[in-house]
Write a protein that binds this ligand. Structure first.
Ligand code: PLP
Length: 489
């Protein structure tokens, strides 16, 4: 299968590229993104055939339908990383938490957030390609907390790839920061910056646009790639767990094969939701995809009105920081799939230039045929955490936002699959506050109170973070980032 561009082709580069090309060099013409030329039709027979399949078998067969230019042995090696999840036989448990409500837990990997679902295998695939081509890559990452640890973890000590990761000092949870600054490998550099996540992201953009930086990279024979969800190498792995979760409901007798379900996704950059959309287009029986947001509710307004409007908006800090995003990058892939390249380019250029676009009425109908959305503020989220805890289920603040979207939109008597994107250990002060009312706790204290309240041990891997030496102490000003990254290279 070949990959094409969401904003059309500029005549400067190939109009179609292989999967390898699309993931090594993910920026397409006119600032667009790569997408598959078509989506395979898996159909009902595929679902039937995989009712009893384990996660890796399902993954291998979904990937095979895309006919990627990746060696099957490499795919196997990549998927074998799911064996490092809590339960190798069930890397993604799907649990019933109420009448018609299920939670698909995507956080059982090494860094305890759903980023591992895609980044774990992606690291193997990218590093293998770099080695086979004898090329060296630098991955630059700016993180609000979960992408950073998962990117570092997957590329740690892998050949031909280096990672420089910027995080806002004071802008992540203690556990997230410790997951990064305790990473000790020669190919990893972690840099705290004075500022917030937007500053980190802006600093990264400056670096990518700096001529002197690019010239230095060239001298050092290093190419740039990206590990955020603009890279299709991540999206490809994010379709699988939607199909898996559906089949898990069939296996547990909650639905018959062919019954429709709601997929309910806590959304930021829309990678997770896009994976669900593609799964639906490939034949998964889905009634609607529910898009859950926090107070940064630009997606809620977009899906309700067709207007994507950034003009009056600033990012507000919430207790679900991985969703504190206004420019949601994978929305572009939805626009492309629904309206084609010319229209996508027009809309995205409007957004860049005027900070706003509005869909036509017929376009809005097409969007609303697939998606519905709502947002949940921090207090409502806390109430859902408390309510579910009282029913015996512990969840994180990102997952909690889904319960609001479900309450608003799941109006048919169908099952809902909520995606849980982080373990309770990553956002413990908010959860401790929801459970006990305590405020201002540091992570280490909040972990202890949740542990006592829920009768759960603090996982050893999380506890150990607090005693590991700090390998990456750097916290610097934005102005010094370029020299710090070059010194690392
Ligand atoms: C990244 C992340 C999200 C948002 O996922 P997208 O694919 O960017 O929409 C939600 N929750 C958590 C915990 C995350 O780390």
């Amino acid at each position: 299968m070949q990959f094409i561009e969401t904003r059309g082709n500029d005549g400067q580069r190939a109009a179609k590229v292989s999967f390898s090309e699309a993931i090594l060099n993910p920026m397409a013409s006119f600032g667009g993104l790569y997408v598959p030329e078509y989506l395979p039709d898996l159909g009902r027979a595929f679902l039937e055939d995989h009712l009893a399949a384990d996660y890796k078998t399902l993954a291998r067969d979904v990937l095979a339908a895309f006919e990627l230019d990746i060696d099957p042995d490499v795919i196997d090696e990549a998927l074998a990383l799911y064996d490092g999840f809590d339960d190798p036989a069930h890397p993604v448990p799907v649990t019933r938490v109420g009448d018609d409500v299920w939670v698909s837990e995507l956080y059982h990997g090494p860094t305890r957030a759903f980023k591992d679902m895609a980044l774990q295998p992606f690291g193997v695939v990218l590093s293998d390609l770099a080695q086979k081509r004898s090329e060296n890559y630098l991955i630059l990452a700016a993180t609000s907390g979960d992408t950073g640890p998962a990117t570092l973890e997957t590329f740690k000590n892998r050949a031909n790839v280096k990672v420089a990761c910027l995080y806002p000092d004071g802008g992540t949870s203690d556990v997230q920061r410790l997951q990064m600054v305790t990473e000790d490998a020669a190919n990893l550099k972690v840099i705290g910056i004075h500022g917030d996540f937007d500053d980190a992201q802006a600093a990264l953009k400056n670096l990518l646009n700096s001529a002197s930086f690019r010239a230095e990279l060239k001298k050092k024979n290093t190419l740039l790639s990206a590990a955020n969800s603009v890279n299709f190498g991540r999206i490809i792995f994010q379709q699988i767990y939607h199909i898996h979760s559906y089949l898990a409901l069939v296996r547990q007798g909650a639905i018959a094969l062919g019954d429709k379900v709601y997929l309910d996704v806590p959304s930021g950059n829309f990678g997770n939701a896009l994976g669900g959309y593609y799964a639906m287009k490939m034949g998964l029986p889905v009634e609607k995809i529910l898009i859950a947001s926090n107070r940064n509710n630009v997606l809620t307004d977009w899906i309700a009105t067709g207007r994507y409007d950034l003009r009056e908006r600033r990012v507000v800090g919430t207790t679900s920081p991985a969703m504190d995003i206004l420019k949601s990058s994978n929305v572009e892939r939805i626009l492309f799939d629904l309206f084609g390249a010319a229209r996508t380019r027009e809309l995205m250029e409007q957004l860049d230039n005027e900070r706003c676009y509005a869909l036509e009425a017929s376009e809005l109908d097409a969007l609303q045929a697939v998606f519905a959305a709502d947002y949940c503020d921090d207090d409502e989220g806390k109430r859902y955490i408390r309510e579910l805890f009282d029913r015996g289920y512990l969840m994180d603040p990102h997952t909690a936002t889904c319960f609001k979207a479900r309450a608003t939109h799941a109006d048919k008597p169908l099952q809902t699959i909520i995606y849980s994107t982080a373990e309770w250990t990553k956002f413990s002060p908010t959860i401790a506050n929801a459970l006990t009312g305590e405020t201002g706790s540091r992570d280490i204290d909040a972990l202890q109170s949740i542990s006592a309240e829920a009768g759960l041990p603090i996982p050893a891997r999380i506890q150990a973070l607090f005693d590991l030496p700090i390998a990456q102490p750097a916290v610097i000003d934005k102005a010094d980032i370029e020299s710090a990254v070059l010194a690392f290279l």
